[in-house]
Design a binder for this molecule. Structure first.
Ligand code: ZN
Length: 503
């Protein structure tokens, strides 16, 4: 890239300043709320992903923003759990969906419930409810999209009360407790459910529709959850569709579909980079998000949608930065699709991560250097002790290789694992804060350093659901809240009477 003259950089900053001066507060009531979580998408993932996006669009050396990085409100989220400095996806899901910090490994239960304590998780005090439930009680439609199993930790926090995130199916759950898959269908009346994870939902005598085989962890309780779901929806007068591949998904017409259940893989869905995009394959996270919104937004009272880019986390756990970062790009596309399908005036969109990873961007590479490449500028006095070249991307721990001579290694290959400082099976999560990006009604409430569970409270406040419902209708000016409508009608009557009696 050519050297930027001074004025060019000044223009960049001036344009940014002008845009910032135009930002106004949106205090409307949020008819719709969409929460995007990039699982494990810490700030290094966003920065490296941004550089990758520039490379991908032939703007190598530039750093164009992701769709969500243009949002007017940005804050930081402190992701620690009730009992750990570094968080896991179960307790963090509980934080941003239920509004309470919980113990590591627990889902939708109070911090009084210790991990694996089945009895405590069944008590009234032990159970938490999520914004899915609050929104449903307010008459809204609700749904979620994930690229992991639909019973995996993050989405499960939206509907399950489980003392252990691993109790996904009947073969895993502790005796006396209900598995997460059954809770998915019993606890919240979802209008849209999409992701992977058929293995915990199919009965043990059924064969998988794609693989024609049986998986080891299928249900042993005799419940046919898919059939039950369809019947329940049909009995309620809804047009319900169950699909398991992209061809069937593409054939679903949102205009005449009320409820959609998509289970696109026996376990997790594919990394976007390796996704089969044919009719027998899987829809992208952007395609799922767009269709989910098209179905949910038919409700006049609005909707709540949760979207998880789950496999960013899995790529990082395997020290596979390429898989992780391309999934950051696919999440960005999903946010862009949501922006197209909704109106900033009445829809709050929040984008964040549940926690970070021990993933880093190092050295002083040139602006044009491939993000997956070796650092291209290493003067003699900055060379490592062993004098060998090193990659820009690296991990603090995980299964990546020990220090080796990478001179003739293709570090841009999909299967290349970035080097790891401490070698172990999976890299661990990182404990530093992650970013919260927001636009739409009440997005300015994300303005500083926040507790992660504050996200659920703001989303509830913005859309007048859950524990902030009353507070919301007392203080807000919009008339879309039922309570506000009454208050303003009352004010009009008082005004007319006052005018009348003053005559
Ligand atoms: Zn993880």
């Amino acid at each position: 890239m050519a050297e930027h003259p001074k004025t060019e950089w000044q223009n960049v900053a001036q344009a940014e300043l002008e845009a910032a001066l135009k930002v106004t507060k949106n205090t409307n009531v949020a008819k719709n709320v969409i929460l995007f979580i990039g699982d494990g998408m810490g700030l290094p993932s966003v920065t490296a992903g941004r550089i990758l996006k520039a490379q991908e669009t032939n703007r190598r050396g530039q750093q164009p923003l992701f769709s969500f990085e243009k949002f007017p409100a940005v804050g930081l989220s402190k992701t620690y759990n009730n009992d750990r400095q570094t968080a896991g996806s179960a307790s963090t899901g509980t934080a941003y969906l239920c509004g309470v910090k919980a113990n590591y490994g627990t889902i939708g239960v109070s911090p009084a419930v210790k991990r694996k304590d089945c009895e405590a998780s069944k008590t009234v005090e032990g159970k938490l409810s999520s914004i899915h439930k609050w929104s449903k009680e307010a008459g809204k439609s609700v749904g979620f999209v994930t690229t992991a199993r639909v019973t995996h930790a993050s989405p499960a926090a939206g509907y399950a009360n489980s003392a252990d995130r691993n109790w996904e199916g009947t073969t895993e759950v502790a005796e006396g407790c209900k598995d997460i898959a059954a809770q998915l269908f019993d606890n919240v009346d979802f209008d849209v459910i999409m992701g992977g994870g058929r293995r915990y939902i199919l009965m043990d005598n059924q064969t998988d529709p794609e693989t024609n085989t049986r998986h080891s962890k299928q249900r042993t309780d005799g419940r046919d959850l898919i059939k039950e779901w369809k019947e329940k929806k049909q009995n309620a007068g809804k047009k319900a569709e169950y699909v398991f591949n992209k061809g069937q998904f593409d054939a679903v017409n949102p205009a005449n579909t009320d409820s959609l259940l998509g289970l696109f893989a026996p376990s997790h869905m594919s990394y976007d980079l390796e996704r089969d995009t044919t009719a027998a394959g899987e829809p992208s996270i952007a395609e799922m998000t767009r269709k989910a919104i098209q179905i949910l937004k038919k409700n006049d009272k609005g909707f709540f949608l949760f979207v998880e880019g789950a496999r960013i986390d899995h790529g990082h756990h395997n020290n596979s930065a390429k898989r992780a970062l391309y999934d950051v790009l696919s999440l960005d596309a999903a946010v862009a699709a949501a922006m197209e399908e909704t109106d900033e005036a009445d829809t709050l969109i929040v984008v964040s991560a549940d926690h970070s990873h021990v993933f880093g961007i190092a050295g002083y590479p040139s602006r044009e250097n491939d993000i997956f490449g070796l650092v291209d500028i290493v003067p003699e006095d900055e060379k490592p002790y062993d004098k060998m070249p090193y990659t820009t991307l690296f991990y603090g721990n995980g299964p990546g290789p020990d220090r080796a001579n990478l001179t003739d290694v293709d570090t841009t290959h999909i299967d290349f694992q970035q080097p790891s400082g401490i070698r172990m099976t999976d890299d661990t999560h990182g404990a530093e804060d992650v970013a919260i990006y927001a636009r739409g009604p009440m997005s300015h409430l994300f303005h500083g350093v926040h507790e992660e569970h504050y996200i659920a409270h703001v989303m509830g406040y913005a859309s007048c659901v859950g524990m902030n419902k009353k507070h919301c209708s007392e203080n807000r000016e919009s008339t879309t809240c039922a309570g506000n409508g009454l208050t303003s009608s009352f004010a009009v009557i008082v005004f007319i009477l006052a005018v009348f009696f003053n005559k």
